[in-house]
Structures are given as C-alpha cells and as structure tokens.
Design a protein around this ligand. Structure first.
Ligand SMILES: [Zn+2]
Length: 65
C-alpha cells in the first residue's frame, strides 16, 4: 500500500485509514468502527453486504424445489 504524505497546512489531520480502501479519514469525517475495523462512508455498503452475506437470499428462491 503506497502512502502519500502531503505538506499542506490547510489539510485537516488524518485520524484514521479506512480498513477496506485505505482512504484517509480526516478529523470531523463520518466513519464506522466495526469490530476494530474503520469503515469510510463509501465502503459501508460493501462492508454491510460482506458482513450480512450469510443472510443473503434471492426473492422467490426460498420456495424453489
Ligand atoms: Zn473505504
């Protein structure tokens, strides 16, 4: 994973990195801490799909033979 350090004084401090995409999460940004992982808003749907994979179903298939 490459990590770029910017020397921009206007930049808000990075508080965490997304555990899935590695995106920098700066102070004041929304994130989700789930079981020790940090998830950014972009990755939350992906995480939710993965986390609830065991509950996945296709409508109508429950009744298939
Ligand atoms: Zn992410």
């Amino acid at each position: 994973m490459s990590y770029h350090v910017h020397q921009d004084p206007q930049r808000r401090p990075v508080r965490a990195l997304c555990s899935l995409c590695g995106r920098e999460l700066t102070e004041g940004e929304s994130c989700w801490r789930i079981n020790g992982a940090v998830i950014c808003p972009d990755c939350l749907p992906l995480w939710a799909r993965r986390d609830y994979a065991g509950h996945h179903c296709v409508c109508g298939e429950e009744d298939a033979p």
